[in-house]
Each structure stands twice: as structure tokens, then as C-alpha cells.
Design a protein around this ligand. Structure first.
Ligand code: NAG
Ligand code: NAG
Length: 308
């Protein structure tokens, strides 16, 4: 898994901007409403995409704000040797018990006559410690973490790409989707940038009429939702690890109804990626850090589009 991730990260030619100014490309303008057509070209002009070059450039220059993965040698060893770690107290306790009994046997003290001697008091203390250890081992063996299995998302396959995107941007967005869906529990991805929905891919919920069409994205309604706004204002990733605990999940009607985990990742100042996963707490801290890096790369690419 680790190897797959690093290979995927290296795949695309990285195209970070060296100067502070974006190259501009002329694109047909996009319509921001009505929602059902937001993925096709239209005629209402969105604000120019490079209005906020300075702040998005500063994130590209290594001012990394996302979560960082931590390494803990003991924790790694324990998670790799679960069975051994759990039975360790039993071995230690059993060995200690044996040692105390042998000591008592060979120290030649009459068992009853010397019941109040310092040796007896020490023996009782050591015995209780050894037995506590044994019991702790039994508890560790009987309590095991719950395995959380992935849910099959309920919905339809969806692959909508904004029709006026140039090839390099489409390529970059599809690369991000392939990487995320291969290496993490991500099953749905939506990218909104400058009030345009650029990409809706993966599993999406079905329109209630059951005609097999995925639900459209109402961009103004989505970006005004409290969860999205909070994420975009803070510029920090927001991770809803158990989505069913959040009443705000109604802001994402286009995701499969049984989406288990959700990451809201701001892209620069005016974009957001919505990443739905099929497992509760399925995104590790490494995945989160990695998603933040991908969003910075997407920001650099999408910033070059002058208009959508
Ligand atoms: C048993 O333990 C006591 C306390 O540490 C020690 O003084 C004694 O020598 C030990 N007896 C034997 C036979 O090892
Ligand atoms: C997630 O939230 C639901 C709803 O409250 C709860 O029943 C479930 O146990 C939670 N799952 C985990 C793994 O915390």
C-alpha cells in the first residue's frame, strides 16, 4: 500500500509555478445556475480565476498547513505484532509467579511458622503483582478492536467533467481521482472551483425518479452550506470521520446515502474538494496529509484557467 501511494504521487509531471503570475488561457465562460446545467458551458461569467494569486502562491511555496503524519516506533511494533503484544503480560506474569514460588521453595522457610516474616510479606506482594499481570494479559486477549468493514456505496456510477476544461486540467483532475480511489477508501469525488463544478466522479446518489441519473450538484447551495463554508474560511481540511454523527450531511445530497466518512479539502481560496469514503474512520492521517498536498497541486493547475 505504502509503495502504491508513493508511486502514484510521483506519476504526474509536477508543474509548480515558478513566478507569482499565472499563465492565462481563454475558456468559454460558465453558467453558475441552474444547477442541472452547471456542468455544461453557459454564458454567465465567473470571477477571474487568478484574482487571489498571492495567497494561493504562498501555499504552493511550502507553507504547509495540513495535518502531518506521526511515527511512533512502539505503536508501529504493537500494531504489527498484535498477537505477541497481547499475550506478553501472560508470559511475564507466569514467569514472575514461577520465580516467586521457586524462591519460596528454596529459601527454606517453614511455611506456617514464619507467616509474619519479611520474606512472607515480600512473597505476598510479588504474588499479587504476578497475578495482576496474568489477569491483565487475559483482558488484553479478550478485548479486541472492532473491525470496521467498508460499505458498498448505494448509488450510480458518475463521471461528469466540465466541458470547457483544457486537456491538462482534465488529466490532472482524473489523476487525482485515480490516485485517491486506488490508495484510499475514497469512492466519490467532487471538485468545485470558483463557483463551477469541475468534476463529479465515482459513485453518486440517484435522482429520486430512479431513472439511473446521478444527482446534480447545486453549487451555490453547496458552497453556502455551513460545513463547506467553515472549511473554506479556515483553509484547513475538515474530516468527518463518522459522517452519520453529523446532521450537516444533508448539505451533500449528491453523495451516496450511506457514505461513511467525508473529507472537505479547500483548494486554494475559492475551491473545495469533497471526498466521500466507504469506511468509518477510513482515512488515515497519512491519507489526510496526502489529500492536502494533492489539493495544493490542483490549486496550482486550476489557477491557470482564466475563466470558466
Ligand atoms: C528469595 O528472594 C529473597 C529476596 O530477594 C532473597 O533474599 C533470597 O536469597 C531468595 N532466595 C533464593 C533461594 O533465591
Ligand atoms: C458512528 O456513528 C453511529 C451513529 O451514532 C454509531 O452508531 C456508530 O457506532 C459509530 N461508529 C463508530 C465506529 O464510531
Amino acid at each position: 500500500m505504502e509503495a502504491t501511494r508513493s508511486i502514484l504521487l510521483l506519476l504526474p509531471a509536477v508543474s509548480f509555478r515558478s513566478s507569482g503570475h499565472c499563465q492565462t488561457f481563454d475558456l468559454p465562460p460558465c453558467r453558475s445556475a441552474p444547477a442541472s446545467h452547471s456542468l455544461r458551458s453557459g454564458d454567465i461569467r465567473a470571477p477571474p480565476l487568478c484574482a487571489s494569486t498571492s495567497s494561493s502562491a504562498s501555499t504552493a511555496r511550502g507553507d504547509y498547513r495540513g495535518p502531518k503524519p506521526k511515527r511512533n516506533l512502539v505503536a508501529d511494533w504493537v500494531s504489527n505484532n498484535d498477537e505477541v503484544a497481547r499475550s506478553l503480560p501472560i508470559y511475564v506474569g507466569g514467569f514472575a509467579l514461577l520465580a516467586v514460588l521457586l524462591n519460596r521453595t528454596f529459601s527454606g522457610i517453614a511455611p506456617v511458622a514464619d507467616a509474619s516474616s519479611s520474606q512472607s510479606r515480600a512473597d505476598i506482594l510479588s504474588l499479587s503483582l504476578a497475578v495482576t499481570d496474568l489477569l491483565a494479559g487475559l483482558v488484553w486477549l479478550s478485548i479486541r478492536p472492532k473491525y470496521i468493514s467498508p460499505e458498498v456505496p448505494e448509488g450510480v456510477e458518475c463521471r461528469r467533467i466540465h466541458s470547457s476544461l483544457p486537456d491538462y486540467a482534465v488529466h490532472e483532475l482524473l489523476w487525482a481521482w485515480t490516485s485517491l480511489s486506488d490508495a484510499t477508501c475514497c469512492r466519490s469525488l467532487v471538485v468545485v472551483y470558483k463557483n463551477c463544478c469541475l468534476l463529479q466522479i465515482g459513485i453518486a446518489s440517484e435522482i429520486s425518479s430512479k431513472d439511473g441519473n446521478p444527482t446534480d450538484i447545486d453549487v451555490p447551495c453547496l458552497t453556502q452550506g455551513s460545513l463547506c463554508q467553515k472549511a473554506m474560511q479556515s483553509g484547513k481540511q475538515s474530516y468527518l470521520a463518522n459522517l452519520s454523527l453529523y446532521p450537516g450531511r444533508v448539505e451533500f445530497p449528491f453523495l451516496p446515502a450511506n457514505t461513511q466518512a467525508l473529507i472537505l479539502q479547500p483548494i486554494g481560496d475559492s475551491g473545495i474538494a469533497i471526498i466521500g469514503g466507504d469506511t468509518i474512520r477510513g482515512f488515515s492521517s497519512l491519507d489526510q496529509a496526502w489529500i492536502t498536498s494533492i489539493s495544493e497541486k490542483l490549486d496550482v493547475t486550476l489557477c491557470k484557467l482564466s475563466q470558466l
